[in-house]
Design a protein around this ligand. Structure first.
Ligand code: MG
Length: 251
C-alpha cells in the first residue's frame, strides 16, 4: 500500500534529506587516494548524529555501518572497511537518515584522482538519467514513465541498467511501496500522486547488468566484474510538480 505524505510529513522528510546533503558536502572532498572507506563512514555517522539524526542503514537487517560504500565492480551494499582508496576507483556512497520518525535516502558516485573519461561518463550517466526522468515529469505519470526514461537514457549511451534492485517508496519506513524499477514501460505501475515520496536510484553498469552477492552477504557486484555506478535522490511529488529532498541540483 502506498502511503501518501501530508505537508507536515514532507517537511520532516525534507529535514532528514538536509542532513544527507550535509553528509555529501563533508565526505566528497575526502574521497582521495589513501583514505579508507571506513574513515568516510565515520565522518558520515558523525555528521548524521551531530545533526540529531540516526544512520538508517546501521543495524538494518544487520548491516554494520552507516554508509554503503561500493567500489568499482560493486554496485550497491558494499561494507566500509580498511580498504584504502586508489586513483581510478569509482566510489559509490549510499546513506540513509532517520529523523523525527521519517527517512531520507540518497547516493552519489565519485571518481578518485585523475580524470578517466570513460569512468566519469559511467558516473555521470547514472546522475543524468535520474535528471532526465525528472526534467520530463508531467502530471498523470505512472512509475513506469520514470523507469522507461532512465532505462532509455542509460542504454542510449551504451551502458546497462541493473534489474535485480530498484528504487522504492520512502517515509515512515526506509523501504515502502511502490517499487521504482529503473527499467520498464511508460504508463505501467502505480499512478504518481501528490504526497508520494520515492527514492529513485539508477544502478548503471559498463558491461552486462547481471549481478551477484559476495560471500560477505552484502556486497552486490557485477557478474562480469565490470564497473558500475549508482545515484539516488529522495523525491516527493506535489500537486504541481516535485521536490528533490536530497539535492539542490536543478534538473
Ligand atoms: Mg534506496
Amino acid at each position: 500500500m502506498i502511503e501518501l505524505k501530508s505537508k507536515r510529513e514532507i517537511q520532516l522528510m525534507r529535514e532528514a534529506g538536509a542532513i544527507l546533503k550535509k553528509v555529501f558536502v563533508a565526505v566528497k572532498p575526502m574521497v582521495n587516494e589513501g583514505i579508507t572507506t571506513e574513515a568516510l563512514d565515520q565522518v558520515a555517522e558523525k555528521v548524521i548524529r551531530d545533526s540529531g539524526g540516526e544512520p538508517a542503514f546501521k543495524g538494518y537487517r544487520g548491516f554494520p555501518k552507516t554508509a554503503c560504500i561500493s567500489l568499482n565492480e560493486a554496485v550497491v551494499h558494499g561494507i566500509p572497511s580498511a580498504r584504502k582508496l586508489k586513483a581510478g576507483d569509482i566510489v559509490s556512497f549510499d546513506a540513509g537518515v532517520k529523523l523525527n520518525g521519517f527517512y531520507a535516502d540518497a547516493a552519489r558516485s565519485w571518481l578518485v584522482g585523475a580524470v578517466d573519461p570513460k569512468k566519469q561518463t559511467l558516473i555521470d550517466v547514472a546522475r543524468q538519467s535520474l535528471g532526465a526522468a525528472l526534467a520530463a515529469y508531467e502530471l498523470g505519470w505512472r512509475i513506469g514513465n520514470i523507469s522507461e526514461i532512465i532505462q532509455q537514457y542509460v542504454e542510449d549511451r551504451g551502458f546497462q541498467i541493473v534489474r535485480d534492485y530498484a528504487g522504492h517508496g520512502i517515509g515512515r519506513q526506509l523501504h515502502e511501496d511502490p517499487q521504482v524499477p529503473n527499467y520498464g514501460k511508460a504508463g505501467r505501475g502505480a499512478k504518481i500522486e501528490a504526497g508520494m515520496a520515492i527514492a529513485i536510484e539508477p544502478m548503471v553498469t559498463e558491461g552486462h547488468y547481471a549481478v551477484e552477492t559476495l560471500e560477505d552477504g552484502w556486497t552486490v557486484v557485477t557478474k562480469d566484474r565490470k564497473n558500475a555506478s549508482h545515484y539516488e535522490d529522495t523525491i516527493v511529488f506535489t500537486e504541481n510538480g516535485f521536490m528533490n529532498l536530497t539535492s539542490d541540483e536543478v534538473f
